[in-house]
Design a binder for this molecule. Structure first.
Ligand SMILES: Nc1ncnc2c1ncn2[C@@H]1O[C@H](COP(=O)(O)OP(=O)(O)OP(=O)(O)O)[C@@H](O)[C@H]1O
Ligand SMILES: [Mg+2]
Length: 303
């Protein structure tokens, strides 16, 4: 039996111009009506605003991938309501071409989807597929996207994607998605399997896309340190339901419950919790040692 859900506010299914994603009682069962049926989502209700950086976490099998695959209609709605930008995904008829252009999806290990002979062709593939006929225009967008992910266009454009390092391949895959200029970027464990430096590079790229270009980010992750530092908000899935939907700082105050879900407490959250046990209230926006130090100094009256 899972514990009753805490700290979940039930928002209205509003779809004003500020809403990127709104779900109302979204449910999904794999192999419904068969002996192998498995309910993966159970009444998911949430509202994500344009420009937010939201992390989705939870133990393995909790429904994260099933949820995010709904966002560009890779999985179609079975019951409940789901709106993404101007699309009502609960209806049969959805403009999939437009939706998939607006919602860029980066799967786990996206480099496995690279296939073309050159980096340029790979990054241009989506643009061609989405009907951009002008080759020069495609290449200009590809050049911009390849630059954005921190690769040297001239150096890599004619290389085979298979001759790149793991981190570079992942950037090329990301460039293919960014070339489409998505409004929402959905990533399923984008840093899995990368070394610490590769992880940092991808995260700082995603973070700057969010902060500087206003792209809405929904990122599934198993790394609590990375979500603590980068996300504005964390949604915790537990057995197909939302267990928490709150700020990183607030979430990790619930140490025991978080650990009971097999999730780690980020180092900085442990530190801030310890300070709070000693009487200092650490504000929600403190994510680094420096910010926490400054908050403590302010509380101590600048001593
Ligand atoms: N194609 C499928 N057919 C049947 N059951 C599935 C399928 N995909 C997922 N499931 C089941 O649905 C549940 C949710 O799976 P999902 O992949 O969404 O979890 P997850 O949170 O992404 O897990 P992980 O952290 O391991 O990636 C699990 O119990 C899983 O076994
Ligand atoms: Mg998954």
């Amino acid at each position: 039996m899972s514990k009753p859900n805490k700290q979940v506010v039930t928002p209205q299914l509003v779809t004003d111009s500020q809403t990127a994603i709104a779900a109302d009682n979204l449910c999904f069962t794999y192999n419904a009506k068969s002996p192998f049926s498995k309910q993966a989502l159970n009444n998911i209700t949430l509202n994500i605003k344009k420009g937010e950086f939201v992390a989705v976490v939870g133990h393995t099998g909790s429904g994260k991938t099933t949820f995010v695959q709904h966002l560009n209609a890779l999985i179609r709605v079975q019951s409940g309501e789901l709106r993404v930008l101007e699309h009502n995904l609960s209806q049969k008829k959805v403009d999939l071409k437009l939706l998939r252009k607006q919602v860029g999806m980066v799967f786990q290990y996206p480099e496995y989807q690279l296939f073309a002979d050159s980096v340029l062709d790979d990054v241009c593939f989506g643009l061609k597929n989405f009907g951009l006929k002008d080759k020069a225009e495609r290449e200009a967008l590809a050049e911009e996207a390849i630059g954005l992910v921190g690769l040297d266009f001239k150096e890599v454009k004619n290389k085979s994607p298979f001759d790149l390092s793991g981190g570079e391949k992942r950037r090329v895959a990301l460039a293919g998605v960014l070339a489409m200029k998505p409004q929402i970027l959905v990533m399923d464990e984008p840093t899995a399997g990368l070394d610490p430096r590769g992880k940092r590079e991808i995260l700082s790229l995603v973070s700057s896309l969010n902060k500087e270009q206003g792209i809405t980010v929904v990122m599934v992750s198993h790394d609590m340190n990375e979500v603590y530092e980068n996300a504005d908000r964390i949604i915790v899935f537990r057995d197909g339901q939302i267990a928490y939907d709150t700020t990183p700082r607030d979430l990790f105050r619930n140490e025991e419950d978080i650990v009971s879900m097999n999730l780690e407490i980020p180092h900085m959250a442990k530190f801030a919790n310890e300070l709070e046990r000693n009487g200092y209230i650490i504000p929600d926006n403190c994510k680094t040692v420096e910010q926490t130090f400054e908050a403590v100094m302010r509380l101590k009256g600048g001593e």
